[in-house]
Ligand binder design. Sequence first.
Ligand code: ARG
Length: 266
Amino acid sequence: MAPKRWFTLLRNVTTAVAAVAAAASFATPAIAAQPPSTDVVGGTRAAQGEFPFMVRLSMGCGGALYTNQIVLTAAHCVSRTGSNTSITATVGVVDLQSTSAKKIKSTYVYQSPTYGTSTGGDWALIKLASPVTGLSTLPIATTTTYNTGTFTVAGWGAATEGGAQQRYLLKATVPFVSDSTCQAQGGSYPDLIPSAEICAGNLSAGGVDTCQGDSGGPMFRRDNNSAWIQVGIVSWGDGCARPHAPGVYTEVSTFASKIAAAAASL
Ligand code: ARG
């Protein structure tokens, strides 16, 4: 199994993450000398209501409200397409322990059929048992227009590589990294699928990144009308926030029409 897939398959199994991260450091000379960064890594607390579309999923992933009853997440956060009543989505709060958290069960999962193929496509949809009210959705990019600039990421995943899941939603901003630069970073990065994946991170300094447990959550920015638009889905990286190891995100614009068609069928 390629190192990339080890990371991709991990969610909030923090002890396994630590073990795999340590193993990857030894197995990957290009990054062995880079210490894991401390301190979504390098983030700050999001305000209540700042990102109303953010979803926490009970298997230890993030997501975003695509409609008021459908969550867009990562394919690697789910196991298959079909009926599924085992997932709980928590919405409407930055504090997962808040008594005002809304918790809604899933009814069905749709996993991208191209995930794991050479085409890529780390995305999935989760249908909720009932629509959520009073929260806004996050529109997805349907063209490559916004696949550049500075992106916002948010999640309840680890705040340090190998660290614990978070009670409060963290946010950070990360700059776009081109496919060619991303692929040139060694480690797992030559495996990048340029048409299906988009990279972001502080290339030489590291320090800011998504991490285990943020998977499935959105990477987004402002569109030309100053509205949030989703350009990525947290997918994988070599460790978290390491220099020369950007975060890799599903390139949402590539799959926008497939996502829309699948959502319409749920
Ligand atoms: N695969 C991880 C998860 O399941 C996300 C890893 C993101 N890593 C990164 N360095 N940006 O939560």
